[in-house]
Design a protein. Structure first.
Length: 295
């Protein structure tokens, strides 16, 4: 894809001030907003992932407009924002499925756009990903779906693979479902199966793309509880992409609010839920009155 060019390795990246930066809204934005970044590491711990002045467009459609964001190590972070603001595009940049037109994306100190193909392949092993509907292989039963990454990326014997798979299935409450096919599972079970598969390689970073999509409120609450429990046990950096405010209130330790390709505000969850920013207040309260309208 023409837009997905890699950054020139000999071209120095522009330095980014690690103190909290304030940016004016991009030319053409209707409202005058100041955009905060999370690069000051307000949690007091290093960042697992950093976006540094990232721009991304598809033709004339500008998706990311100078995105600056740090997602802290060891925390459950949530990127919140209305539909169509670039949340899923952020995930694709983290794992190198898309490259920025300008700027940099850094994972554990490594510039993703500057990685060679073999380095990118190894870097992706740091990630586990839970897709919106679990993204299970329809021709495989649950055991084989969860075992797939281990068979592809390790030389472990089959007995050890099955031990790991059964452990992960037990963690997500699917001990007796291993022989079932994906079409025999409910939506919530598919999500949990996808979560088990995301964990089998013991990833440092787990990404969740709209994990509550298609779930009723009770199953959403149960999935949020499961995410908290497994994060407490395993640690790592969890990043959840969502627009569901109740999910954020349940599990988020760190929140970044994305709108029009930039961060409106980012910081510890308790600070964001008490924000005096008009956009953040409107989005988190679901109020019809405010700067966020029908677009």
């Amino acid at each position: 894809m023409a837009d997905d060019k890699k950054v020139d390795k000999d071209e120095p990246l522009e330095a980014v001030d690690r103190v909290k930066v304030v940016q004016e809204a991009a030319p053409g934005d209707d409202e005058e907003y100041r955009w905060h970044t999370g690069l000051n590491r307000p949690t007091g711990v290093p960042d697992a992932i950093e976006f540094i002045d990232v721009h991304k467009a598809f033709g004339r459609n500008k998706i990311l407009r100078g995105l600056n964001l740090g997602l802290p190590e060891g925390k459950i972070s949530m990127i919140l924002g209305p539909s169509g603001t670039g949340k899923s595009v952020c995930i694709k940049h983290m794992v190198g499925l898309l490259y920025p037109d300008e700027g940099d994306v850094v994972v554990h100190g490594e510039s993703v756009p500057n990685l060679r193909d073999e380095e990118l392949f190894e870097m992706r092993k740091k990630f586990g990903v839970l897709f919106q509907d679990g993204a299970l292989f329809g021709s495989m039963n649950l055991l084989d779906n969860v075992a797939f990454p281990l068979r592809q990326h390790t030389d472990k014997p089959e007995e050890e693979i099955m031990d790991i798979v059964n452990l992960r299935l037990a963690e997500v409450g699917l001990t007796t479902a291993g022989d079932k096919m994906p079409n025999e599972l409910s939506g919530g079970m598919r999500k949990r199966a996808g979560f088990a598969r995301a964990l089998v390689l013991d990833p440092d970073i787990v990404l969740f793309d709209e994990p509550d999509s298609g779930l009723d409120p009770v199953r959403t609450a149960l999935l949020c509880e499961l995410i908290q429990e497994i994060h407490k046990e395993n640690g790592g950096a969890y990043t959840v992409i969502t627009h569901d405010i109740m999910s954020a209130r349940r599990v988020a330790e760190y929140i970044a609010v994305l709108w029009r390709g930039r961060i409106v505000e980012a910081g510890p969850a308790e600070e964001l839920f008490n924000s005096d920013n008009d956009f953040v207040r409107q989005f988190l309260s679901g109020d019809a009155q405010g700067p966020l309208g029908m677009e």
